[in-house]
Ligand binder design. Structure first.
Ligand code: FAD
Ligand code: MLT
Ligand code: ZN
Length: 480
């Protein structure tokens, strides 16, 4: 049981009863799941690493319904777990005990799209890939993209402040989200769903909900700025002989590609081995200790190709890169991206995955993988590194046949202490959720955590929204 492994006690919320189910059935006929086996998939996270035991899933379609649900739960002291596409990687999207699951699966309407400004307004349960297709038909793209696009919801993306594969170019959701509609714990709706690029009237309240992981309110609608669809996209997939060469290739390509660089991702040879073995993908370049994926996006094919070719020639002749391939057509571009995007999926075929998502000074990024490999020796099956190098974001993943407490003890808190010594972040983009909340103090001072707890108490005085998530349960220790 999840709660036993993580030693957490159920808080004194009311337990959902027959009369509660009857109330919800009246409110949303046919959109209430009560009992097995329908509720089971909503209780287990994507990694299959945490499991709750909720017996109740609600599927509202409108903001008014979300308001009524929360007003009722607030009065009855019932705990609620907001859930989008359930692709979160830190156990935040599933209940720990019997929290009611509030799914945004049926809140999937596009409200408006302005073709001049590129501003999209939609309900929180729209699937990211569907939004991408919709705006692409009109000459725009979503400002974010991630491997889970086929399942994750835009509300879940905002609630986790997801980073992903386009952050290097288009920045974080903190910049591209222009407005939000949120229902607070007591059921009242906060309408900050503006579509303005500039608005300095008081505090920017939406920022509080971006990255709040369902603990401060339920996001019901999002207004987001979409960039123009680039006319020319190229992807280069290259092999490097050392991590030092990966870094030098990065500085060289930043200097030579300038404004057209739109992604700089890396993966190590172990990752390549796993995507080849489990997903039957094939490497397009000669075996190398490291691989990088570089994407350019611009408005002039000839100009972009010339720049990219000049860079590649420099990288090859100076020995930064030993082999490489370039794609200009959509199909090959997708094939190259899948080598990087599907590492997460390949890892799950190896057994239990211990997942770390760390921000570090870029020159130290791979030292953590090397140190961890040396520390764990034969006790781990794989220790791999990949990630958004251009954003200083390492994904360190360790696999073993099955979960073991002793292996976890060998990894944590070592990984967090290592990160704190470099003034890094113990969660670059996945959030804290259920699994990482007790480690917040490695990346935030005590005063900041206290202030977060005060915000939580003000917005959700009964603590019914996503309890056991994001904020630590007991007063945190100082790291000194
Ligand atoms: P869920 O998993 O359902 O929920 C995540 C959290 O948000 C939970 O705490 C939940 O309570 C809360 N939440 C969900 N919807 C709402 C709402 N409407 N209102 C309030 N709270 C809500 N993440 C990255 O940052 N970058 C990546 O590149 C990336 N790649 C991924 C690739 C794969 C294959 C997978 C499986 C995951 C990846 N992730 C990545 C993690 C995950 O996809 C993101 O965190 C995503 O944003 C979660 O969206 P979701 O709709 O699935 O949310
Ligand atoms: C990625 O960049 O692939 C995602 O964040 C998922 C992961 O960390 O595995
Ligand atoms: Zn990532």
């Amino acid at each position: 049981r999840t709660c036993e492994r993580y030693a957490v006690r159920r808080l004194p919320f009311a337990r959902p009863a027959e009369r509660d189910v009857a109330f919800f059935e009246r409110l949303m006929p046919g959109r209430v799941l009560a009992g097995q086996p329908e509720v089971e998939p909503f209780n287990v996270d994507w990694l299959k690493s945490v499991r709750g035991c909720s017996q109740l899933v609600l599927k509202p379609q409108t903001t008014a319904e979300v308001s009524q649900v929360l007003r009722y739960c607030y009065e009855r002291n019932l705990a609620v777990n907001p859930q989008g596409g359930n692709t979160g990687l830190v156990g935040g999207s599933v209940p720990v005990f019997d929290e009611i699951i509030l799914s945004t699966a049926l809140m999937n309407q596009i409200i408006s799209f302005d073709k001049v400004s590129g501003i999209l307004v939609c309900q929180a349960g729209c699937v990211l890939e569907r939004l991408s297709e919709y705006v692409e038909e009109q000459g725009f793209i979503m400002p974010l993209d991630l491997g889970a696009k086929g399942s994750c919801h835009i509300g879940g993306n905002v609630a986790t402040n997801a980073g992903g594969l386009r952050l290097l170019r288009y920045g974080s959701l903190r910049g591209t989200v222009l407005g939000l509609e949120v229902v607070l714990a007591d059921g009242s709706a906060l309408d900050c769903l503006t579509s303005l690029r500039k608005d300095n009237t008081g505090y920017d309240l939406k920022q509080l909900f971006i990255g709040s992981e369902g603990t401060l309110g339920v996001i019901t609608a999002v207004s987001i700025l979409c960039p123009q669809k680039p006319k020319a996209v190229n992807v280069a997939f290259l092999g490097c002989q050392s991590f030092a060469k990966v870094l030098e290739t990065f500085t060289t390509c930043r200097a030579m590609l300038g404004e057209i660089l739109s992604a700089y991702e890396f993966m190590d040879e172990k990752c390549m081995e796993l995507v080849e073995r489990h997903l039957k993908l094939s490497s397009p370049v000669a075996d190398s200790p490291f691989y990088v994926l570089i994407e350019t996006s611009g408005s002039n094919t000839t100009h972009d190709e010339e720049k990219l070719n000049n860079f590649l020639e420099r990288a090859m002749t100076s020995g930064l890169v030993t082999d490489g391939t370039v794609a200009t057509d959509d199909k090959k571009i997708k094939v190259l991206w899948s080598l990087r995007e599907r590492i997460t999926e390949a890892l799950t075929h190896e057994g239990y995955v211990y997942k770390y998502d760390i921000s570090l000074p870029v020159e130290k990024l791979y030292d953590l993988v090397t140190d961890m490999r040396a520390r764990l020796g034969q006790s781990a099956k794989n220790v791999v590194g990949y990630g958004h190098l251009g954003d200083g974001n390492l994904h360190l993943n360790i696999t073993a046949e099955s979960y073991s407490h002793s292996l976890l003890d060998a990894i944590e808190p070592f990984v967090y202490e290592w990160t704190a010594r470099c003034s890094g972040s113990i969660s670059a983009e996945h959030g804290l959720g259920f699994k990482k909340r007790q480690f917040i103090q490695y990346s935030k001072p005590r005063k900041a955590v206290l202030l977060m707890q005060q915000f939580k108490a003000m917005l959700d005085p009964k603590g019914i929204l996503n309890p056991y998530k994001t904020l630590p349960s007991a007063p945190e220790r100082s790291t000194g």
